[in-house]
Design a protein around this ligand. Structure first.
Ligand SMILES: [Zn+2]
Ligand SMILES: [Zn+2]
Length: 309
Protein backbone atom coordinates (compact mmCIF):
# COMPACT_ATOMS: atom_id res chain seq x y z
CA UNK A 1 0.00 0.00 0.00
CA UNK A 2 1.29 3.47 -0.81
CA UNK A 3 0.81 6.48 1.47
CA UNK A 4 0.29 10.07 0.25
CA UNK A 5 4.01 10.84 0.34
CA UNK A 6 4.73 7.81 -1.84
CA UNK A 7 6.15 5.57 0.88
CA UNK A 8 4.95 1.98 1.08
CA UNK A 9 2.83 1.00 4.06
CA UNK A 10 4.29 -2.32 5.13
CA UNK A 11 1.86 -4.84 6.59
CA UNK A 12 3.60 -7.57 8.53
CA UNK A 13 1.76 -10.81 8.89
CA UNK A 14 2.13 -14.38 9.98
CA UNK A 15 2.38 -17.04 7.33
CA UNK A 16 -0.75 -19.21 7.00
CA UNK A 17 1.21 -22.06 8.64
CA UNK A 18 2.07 -19.88 11.65
CA UNK A 19 -1.54 -18.74 12.01
CA UNK A 20 -2.87 -22.29 11.86
CA UNK A 21 -0.27 -23.48 14.37
CA UNK A 22 -1.31 -20.81 16.83
CA UNK A 23 -4.94 -21.89 16.60
CA UNK A 24 -4.38 -25.63 16.41
CA UNK A 25 -5.42 -26.79 19.83
CA UNK A 26 -8.79 -27.41 21.44
CA UNK A 27 -7.97 -25.17 24.43
CA UNK A 28 -7.07 -22.26 22.13
CA UNK A 29 -10.22 -22.56 20.04
CA UNK A 30 -12.30 -22.87 23.20
CA UNK A 31 -10.62 -19.71 24.54
CA UNK A 32 -11.65 -17.87 21.38
CA UNK A 33 -15.24 -19.10 21.63
CA UNK A 34 -15.48 -18.12 25.33
CA UNK A 35 -14.14 -14.62 24.61
CA UNK A 36 -16.54 -14.24 21.69
CA UNK A 37 -19.48 -15.05 23.95
CA UNK A 38 -18.41 -13.30 27.14
CA UNK A 39 -15.29 -11.16 26.61
CA UNK A 40 -13.67 -9.10 27.96
CA UNK A 41 -12.83 -11.39 30.89
CA UNK A 42 -10.23 -11.38 33.64
CA UNK A 43 -7.49 -13.99 33.45
CA UNK A 44 -8.99 -16.09 36.25
CA UNK A 45 -12.55 -16.05 34.90
CA UNK A 46 -11.35 -16.86 31.40
CA UNK A 47 -9.33 -19.87 32.58
CA UNK A 48 -12.28 -21.08 34.64
CA UNK A 49 -14.74 -20.81 31.73
CA UNK A 50 -12.36 -22.52 29.32
CA UNK A 51 -12.09 -25.27 31.93
CA UNK A 52 -8.34 -25.65 32.45
CA UNK A 53 -7.19 -26.31 36.03
CA UNK A 54 -3.45 -25.97 35.47
CA UNK A 55 -2.53 -22.23 35.20
CA UNK A 56 0.81 -23.05 33.57
CA UNK A 57 -0.84 -25.09 30.85
CA UNK A 58 -3.48 -22.41 30.29
CA UNK A 59 -0.89 -19.61 30.05
CA UNK A 60 1.09 -21.59 27.52
CA UNK A 61 -1.92 -21.74 25.19
CA UNK A 62 -3.06 -18.17 25.91
CA UNK A 63 0.37 -16.84 24.94
CA UNK A 64 0.07 -18.52 21.55
CA UNK A 65 -3.10 -16.50 20.90
CA UNK A 66 -1.95 -13.18 22.33
CA UNK A 67 -1.06 -10.49 19.84
CA UNK A 68 -2.78 -11.78 16.75
CA UNK A 69 -6.04 -13.25 18.05
CA UNK A 70 -6.37 -12.14 21.69
CA UNK A 71 -5.43 -8.87 23.35
CA UNK A 72 -4.79 -8.16 27.02
CA UNK A 73 -6.41 -4.75 27.60
CA UNK A 74 -7.28 -2.62 30.65
CA UNK A 75 -10.68 -4.32 30.86
CA UNK A 76 -9.28 -7.85 30.58
CA UNK A 77 -8.75 -10.34 27.78
CA UNK A 78 -10.74 -9.93 24.57
CA UNK A 79 -10.62 -10.88 20.91
CA UNK A 80 -8.74 -8.81 18.35
CA UNK A 81 -10.45 -8.16 14.98
CA UNK A 82 -8.52 -11.17 13.59
CA UNK A 83 -9.87 -13.29 16.47
CA UNK A 84 -13.43 -12.22 15.61
CA UNK A 85 -12.90 -13.19 11.99
CA UNK A 86 -11.83 -16.66 13.13
CA UNK A 87 -15.18 -16.94 14.94
CA UNK A 88 -16.97 -15.80 11.76
CA UNK A 89 -15.19 -18.40 9.65
CA UNK A 90 -16.05 -21.13 12.14
CA UNK A 91 -19.69 -20.05 12.23
CA UNK A 92 -20.13 -19.90 8.44
CA UNK A 93 -18.05 -22.96 7.61
CA UNK A 94 -18.50 -25.20 10.59
CA UNK A 95 -21.58 -26.99 9.39
CA UNK A 96 -22.21 -29.91 7.17
CA UNK A 97 -25.46 -29.49 5.32
CA UNK A 98 -28.07 -32.20 5.46
CA UNK A 99 -28.95 -31.13 1.91
CA UNK A 100 -25.87 -32.92 0.55
CA UNK A 101 -26.82 -35.04 -2.47
CA UNK A 102 -30.20 -33.33 -2.88
CA UNK A 103 -31.51 -31.58 -5.97
CA UNK A 104 -34.06 -28.80 -5.63
CA UNK A 105 -36.00 -27.26 -8.58
CA UNK A 106 -34.91 -23.62 -8.95
CA UNK A 107 -38.17 -22.14 -10.29
CA UNK A 108 -36.23 -20.37 -13.05
CA UNK A 109 -35.44 -20.97 -16.72
CA UNK A 110 -32.12 -21.91 -18.33
CA UNK A 111 -30.28 -18.93 -19.85
CA UNK A 112 -29.37 -21.15 -22.78
CA UNK A 113 -32.39 -23.26 -23.72
CA UNK A 114 -35.22 -22.12 -21.45
CA UNK A 115 -35.36 -25.51 -19.69
CA UNK A 116 -35.88 -25.88 -15.94
CA UNK A 117 -32.96 -25.00 -13.66
CA UNK A 118 -32.07 -27.11 -10.65
CA UNK A 119 -29.98 -26.41 -7.58
CA UNK A 120 -27.80 -29.33 -6.54
CA UNK A 121 -26.05 -29.65 -3.20
CA UNK A 122 -22.72 -31.28 -2.68
CA UNK A 123 -20.58 -31.18 0.42
CA UNK A 124 -19.66 -27.52 0.81
CA UNK A 125 -20.69 -26.54 -2.71
CA UNK A 126 -23.85 -25.70 -4.59
CA UNK A 127 -24.31 -25.90 -8.34
CA UNK A 128 -27.07 -24.55 -10.55
CA UNK A 129 -27.61 -26.41 -13.81
CA UNK A 130 -30.23 -27.06 -16.49
CA UNK A 131 -32.12 -30.36 -16.47
CA UNK A 132 -32.67 -30.28 -20.25
CA UNK A 133 -29.36 -29.17 -21.80
CA UNK A 134 -27.07 -29.97 -18.86
CA UNK A 135 -25.35 -26.56 -18.85
CA UNK A 136 -23.94 -25.74 -15.43
CA UNK A 137 -24.15 -22.04 -14.60
CA UNK A 138 -22.63 -21.87 -11.20
CA UNK A 139 -20.64 -24.05 -8.93
CA UNK A 140 -20.10 -22.00 -5.85
CA UNK A 141 -18.28 -23.01 -2.71
CA UNK A 142 -20.98 -21.80 -0.38
CA UNK A 143 -20.22 -22.55 3.26
CA UNK A 144 -23.09 -24.80 4.38
CA UNK A 145 -23.62 -22.44 7.34
CA UNK A 146 -25.04 -19.92 4.85
CA UNK A 147 -27.99 -22.25 4.26
CA UNK A 148 -28.70 -22.88 7.92
CA UNK A 149 -32.10 -21.60 9.04
CA UNK A 150 -33.19 -20.87 5.45
CA UNK A 151 -36.38 -22.24 3.94
CA UNK A 152 -35.85 -24.80 1.22
CA UNK A 153 -38.10 -22.79 -1.15
CA UNK A 154 -35.82 -19.78 -0.72
CA UNK A 155 -32.53 -21.65 -1.24
CA UNK A 156 -32.34 -20.65 -4.92
CA UNK A 157 -32.70 -16.99 -3.94
CA UNK A 158 -30.13 -17.33 -1.15
CA UNK A 159 -27.60 -18.81 -3.57
CA UNK A 160 -28.30 -16.04 -6.11
CA UNK A 161 -27.82 -13.28 -3.53
CA UNK A 162 -24.68 -14.93 -2.15
CA UNK A 163 -23.16 -15.02 -5.66
CA UNK A 164 -24.11 -11.38 -6.29
CA UNK A 165 -22.56 -10.34 -3.00
CA UNK A 166 -19.32 -12.05 -3.98
CA UNK A 167 -19.33 -10.37 -7.40
CA UNK A 168 -20.02 -7.04 -5.68
CA UNK A 169 -16.95 -7.49 -3.45
CA UNK A 170 -14.91 -7.93 -6.63
CA UNK A 171 -16.36 -4.69 -8.07
CA UNK A 172 -15.01 -2.93 -4.97
CA UNK A 173 -11.61 -4.54 -5.56
CA UNK A 174 -11.60 -7.19 -2.80
CA UNK A 175 -10.98 -10.91 -3.14
CA UNK A 176 -14.00 -12.78 -1.77
CA UNK A 177 -11.69 -15.32 -0.16
CA UNK A 178 -8.77 -13.43 1.38
CA UNK A 179 -9.72 -9.72 0.96
CA UNK A 180 -6.61 -9.18 -1.17
CA UNK A 181 -6.63 -6.97 -4.29
CA UNK A 182 -8.33 -8.60 -7.26
CA UNK A 183 -8.03 -7.90 -10.97
CA UNK A 184 -10.69 -8.19 -13.67
CA UNK A 185 -10.08 -9.00 -17.29
CA UNK A 186 -12.43 -9.63 -20.21
CA UNK A 187 -11.25 -12.62 -22.26
CA UNK A 188 -12.64 -13.59 -25.64
CA UNK A 189 -13.45 -17.23 -26.35
CA UNK A 190 -10.48 -17.50 -28.74
CA UNK A 191 -7.16 -19.28 -28.27
CA UNK A 192 -5.17 -16.00 -28.36
CA UNK A 193 -6.67 -14.91 -25.04
CA UNK A 194 -5.95 -18.14 -23.12
CA UNK A 195 -2.70 -19.75 -22.09
CA UNK A 196 -3.03 -23.25 -23.52
CA UNK A 197 -6.06 -22.39 -25.65
CA UNK A 198 -9.75 -21.96 -24.90
CA UNK A 199 -10.70 -24.28 -22.01
CA UNK A 200 -13.29 -27.01 -22.69
CA UNK A 201 -15.91 -25.56 -20.37
CA UNK A 202 -15.85 -22.31 -22.36
CA UNK A 203 -15.75 -23.76 -25.87
CA UNK A 204 -18.95 -25.68 -25.10
CA UNK A 205 -20.82 -22.47 -24.23
CA UNK A 206 -22.44 -20.05 -26.71
CA UNK A 207 -20.54 -17.03 -25.37
CA UNK A 208 -18.05 -14.72 -27.12
CA UNK A 209 -16.32 -13.42 -23.99
CA UNK A 210 -16.14 -14.02 -20.23
CA UNK A 211 -14.86 -12.03 -17.30
CA UNK A 212 -11.94 -13.40 -15.30
CA UNK A 213 -11.32 -12.47 -11.66
CA UNK A 214 -7.89 -13.22 -10.26
CA UNK A 215 -6.63 -12.43 -6.77
CA UNK A 216 -3.17 -10.90 -6.59
CA UNK A 217 -2.55 -12.46 -3.17
CA UNK A 218 -4.15 -15.91 -2.98
CA UNK A 219 -4.27 -16.60 -6.74
CA UNK A 220 -7.90 -17.71 -6.62
CA UNK A 221 -9.33 -17.44 -10.13
CA UNK A 222 -12.96 -17.50 -11.25
CA UNK A 223 -14.86 -16.73 -14.42
CA UNK A 224 -18.26 -15.13 -14.81
CA UNK A 225 -20.58 -14.18 -17.64
CA UNK A 226 -19.87 -10.56 -18.61
CA UNK A 227 -23.61 -9.84 -18.64
CA UNK A 228 -24.13 -11.35 -15.17
CA UNK A 229 -21.58 -8.96 -13.68
CA UNK A 230 -22.82 -6.05 -15.84
CA UNK A 231 -26.08 -6.34 -13.87
CA UNK A 232 -24.22 -4.77 -10.92
CA UNK A 233 -23.04 -1.74 -12.93
CA UNK A 234 -24.74 1.39 -11.47
CA UNK A 235 -26.16 2.41 -14.88
CA UNK A 236 -27.74 -1.04 -15.25
CA UNK A 237 -29.01 -1.12 -11.66
CA UNK A 238 -30.64 2.29 -12.24
CA UNK A 239 -32.15 1.22 -15.58
CA UNK A 240 -33.83 -1.75 -13.88
CA UNK A 241 -34.98 0.47 -11.03
CA UNK A 242 -36.67 2.83 -13.53
CA UNK A 243 -38.51 -0.21 -14.86
CA UNK A 244 -39.60 -1.33 -11.41
CA UNK A 245 -37.04 -4.13 -10.98
CA UNK A 246 -34.76 -4.42 -7.94
CA UNK A 247 -31.77 -6.42 -9.18
CA UNK A 248 -30.84 -7.39 -5.62
CA UNK A 249 -34.08 -9.31 -5.19
CA UNK A 250 -34.48 -10.65 -8.72
CA UNK A 251 -32.50 -13.85 -9.38
CA UNK A 252 -30.27 -13.52 -12.44
CA UNK A 253 -32.12 -16.24 -14.44
CA UNK A 254 -35.36 -14.26 -13.94
CA UNK A 255 -33.98 -11.31 -15.94
CA UNK A 256 -35.43 -12.00 -19.38
CA UNK A 257 -32.79 -10.10 -21.35
CA UNK A 258 -29.97 -12.06 -19.68
CA UNK A 259 -29.15 -14.88 -22.07
CA UNK A 260 -25.83 -16.66 -22.36
CA UNK A 261 -24.87 -15.18 -25.74
CA UNK A 262 -26.13 -11.64 -25.07
CA UNK A 263 -22.63 -10.11 -24.81
CA UNK A 264 -20.96 -9.22 -28.11
CA UNK A 265 -17.38 -8.31 -28.96
CA UNK A 266 -17.46 -4.86 -30.65
CA UNK A 267 -13.75 -4.33 -31.16
CA UNK A 268 -10.67 -6.51 -30.67
CA UNK A 269 -7.79 -4.03 -30.36
CA UNK A 270 -8.55 -2.30 -28.12
CA UNK A 271 -11.07 -4.76 -26.75
CA UNK A 272 -14.64 -3.54 -26.27
CA UNK A 273 -17.61 -5.72 -25.40
CA UNK A 274 -21.26 -4.65 -25.30
CA UNK A 275 -24.27 -5.87 -23.38
CA UNK A 276 -27.76 -4.83 -24.57
CA UNK A 277 -30.25 -4.71 -21.70
CA UNK A 278 -33.82 -4.61 -22.98
CA UNK A 279 -36.68 -3.82 -20.60
CA UNK A 280 -40.10 -3.08 -22.07
CA UNK A 281 -39.63 -1.03 -25.26
CA UNK A 282 -36.33 0.46 -24.13
CA UNK A 283 -32.80 -0.87 -24.56
CA UNK A 284 -29.72 0.24 -22.65
CA UNK A 285 -26.44 -0.83 -24.26
CA UNK A 286 -23.44 -0.77 -21.92
CA UNK A 287 -19.90 -1.23 -23.26
CA UNK A 288 -16.80 -2.28 -21.33
CA UNK A 289 -13.08 -2.31 -22.04
CA UNK A 290 -10.64 -5.16 -21.34
CA UNK A 291 -10.43 -4.21 -17.62
CA UNK A 292 -14.23 -4.20 -17.41
CA UNK A 293 -14.48 -0.43 -17.00
CA UNK A 294 -17.66 1.09 -18.41
CA UNK A 295 -16.70 3.07 -21.51
CA UNK A 296 -20.06 3.79 -23.11
CA UNK A 297 -23.78 3.66 -22.41
CA UNK A 298 -26.59 4.51 -24.79
CA UNK A 299 -30.35 4.11 -24.81
CA UNK A 300 -32.72 3.42 -27.65
CA UNK A 301 -36.48 2.98 -27.86
CA UNK A 302 -38.25 0.46 -30.06
CA UNK A 303 -40.29 3.32 -31.64
CA UNK A 304 -37.18 5.42 -32.26
CA UNK A 305 -36.37 5.27 -36.02
CA UNK A 306 -32.65 5.97 -35.35
CA UNK A 307 -32.53 2.71 -33.38
CA UNK A 308 -32.78 0.76 -36.62
CA UNK A 309 -29.85 2.47 -38.30
ZN1 LIG B 1 -30.71 -25.51 -20.77
ZN1 LIG C 1 -7.52 -13.81 -2.48
Amino acid sequence: MTADDGTEVVVERLTPEESFERLAHGIRLRTIRVLDEAGPLSHGTLRERVGVDDPGQFNYHLQKLEGQFVRDGDDGYDLTPAGRRVVGAILSGGYTSDLTGETVPADADCLRCGGPLETHFEDGAVSVSCRDCGTRFNRVDIPPGVLETRDLEDVHGVVDRWVKRRLTAVQYGFCHRCDGPISQRVLRAVDDDWEGGVPDWLSSLPVDAVLRHRCVRCDVERHALVAAVAVLEPAVVGFHHEHGIDVRETPLPDLEWLEMGVTSVESIDPLFVSVPVTLGDETLVVSFDAEFSLVDERRTRADDPSANG
